[in-house]
Design a protein around this ligand. Structure first.
Ligand code: ADP
Length: 398
């Protein structure tokens, strides 16, 4: 038996999963380390059926030490001896258009581009390096979250600032690419190749949230931009802001660059507006009693609706809308509020189907079909590793 290990390093967590190579890939175990660098760092893991097998506290003040704890733990697990390759989610890949085998050159490049995503890239590099040090023969593949959007036309990549910055790579990149790539494969599977080649809007609505406009199977635009802070208001990220706000706050409140960064990434969005929680469930529970919760929810839905309208214009119409991620997959009332009034775009929801999170939630008469698809970034990473290395290359490292 051969397996692929996937590693998805977030800002304070590492999600991992072990897939048995085969057609289809089979998930054997998965888990995560969360609260890295905080008190109460935990390693939890589940069996393939989702039953929690273990949860214990660990000492890990940064991603490198967490990776070492994870490697020590994995080595003791049944499946680890069968691991033939690793796949990492790497949030920023600049111009890379597809997953790539990690070489010293690629690592050097990732170090060079760290300033483009100071929150994620340094941690992802630490993870890759920790595995490289402990298991140097294990091939590692970097799967870039930006790659899906490299097909965007130039006009969607350009930022309207002086051209000299564009030459340095200050452009719109877009993120959530692994999720979008997976959703497009699923859409082709459940709705057919014709639907996947049509005019599609993908809405990845989780803690991080973005939309993508896809035509002919290729991304033509997305709501995140140069950084993942752009676009929609999210759990704690602001999304798009008037650029005049930064100098205004610097002038009037003496807010520093670092404070502004913290504010737009960790203190804004649902949390900032509600002053209650970054979690949509909490806000839905409180919205009838607390106007701040109600406004945060309303702002989120309004902005998603606006982006759908903008992307329908960019696409020249709409055939398919896909909801995904924590909020998109689980929250009928948010989907209903987003779609309310979008009948002019051919979107008509079926209330009962929406209420039960059905796979298709539009009416049979709806001109645009609205799907709910569970995203799976880990599976997309594992598929990418198999495609890049090929079964032969995976075998070679026996
Ligand atoms: P991440 O981007 O961290 O992977 P998720 O995709 O898990 O996040 O999404 C988290 C968001 O999904 C939270 O706002 C959470 O409240 C929301 N969510 C999850 N389940 C539900 C639900 N049943 N109803 C409403 N919101 C939900």
């Amino acid at each position: 038996m051969q397996s692929i290990l996937t590693i998805n390093g977030g800002s304070s967590s590492i999600k991992f999963a072990l897939y048995q190579v085969g057609d289809p890939l089979k998930r054997r175990l998965y888990g995560k380390i969360d609260r890295i660098g905080l008190s109460g760092t935990n390693l939890t893991f589940n069996d393939p059926a989702g039953n929690q097998q273990d949860s214990h506290s660990i000492a890990a003040s940064d991603h490198r030490s967490a990776a070492n704890v994870l490697i020590d733990w994995l080595v003791e697990q049944d499946g680890f001896a069968s691991v033939r390759a690793l796949g990492h989610r790497v949030v920023h890949g600049m111009q890379h258009i597809q997953p790539e085998l990690v070489t010293q050159d690629l690592l050097d490049e990732l170090h060079r581009i760290r300033p483009y995503d100071p929150e994620h890239l340094p941690r992802e590099i630490e993870l890759i390096e920790a595995f490289r040090q402990r298991h140097p023969k294990l091939p590692q593949v970097a799967c870039f979250d930006t790659a899906f959007h490299r097909t965007m036309p130039r006009v969607a990549k350009l930022l309207p600032i002086p051209r000299r910055f564009d030459v340095k790579g200050v452009q719109r990149y877009g993120f959530h690419g692994l999720s979008y790539a997976y959703l497009m494969e699923e859409l082709a599977r459940v709705a057919g190749a014709k639907a996947a080649q049509g005019r599609v809007i993908l809405a990845h609505l989780g803690n991080g949230a973005s939309l993508a406009a896809v035509r002919g199977g290729k991304s033509i635009d997305t709501s995140m931009g140069f950084t993942p802070t752009a676009g929609l208001p999210m759990s704690t990220r602001s999304g798009d802001l008037d650029p005049g706000l930064a100098p205004y706050l610097a002038r009037t409140e003496q807010i520093t660059t670092k404070q502004f960064y913290e504010m737009i990434n960790h203190e804004s969005g649902l949390l900032g507006v509600s002053e209650i929680s970054s979690d949509m469930r909490d806000l839905l529970d409180r919205e009838t009693q607390d106007v701040r919760a109600a406004e945060a929810v309303a702002l989120f839905c309004y902005q998603v609706k606006k982006w759908i309208g903008a992307f329908a214009a960019a696409l020249g119409g709409l055939d398919t809308l896909v909801f995904s991620a924590g909020i998109g997959e689980n929250c009928p009332s948010i989907r209903a509020r987003i779609c309310d009034g979008l009948d002019f775009l051919g979107i008509e929801l079926n209330e009962a189907r929406n209420a039960e999170n059905a796979a298709v939630i539009s009416t049979d008469a709806s001109r645009a079909t609205v799907h709910v698809i569970r995203t799976d970034e880990e599976l997309m990473i594992a598929r990418s590793v198999c495609r890049i290395l090929g079964p032969g290359a995976v075998n070679k490292h026996d």
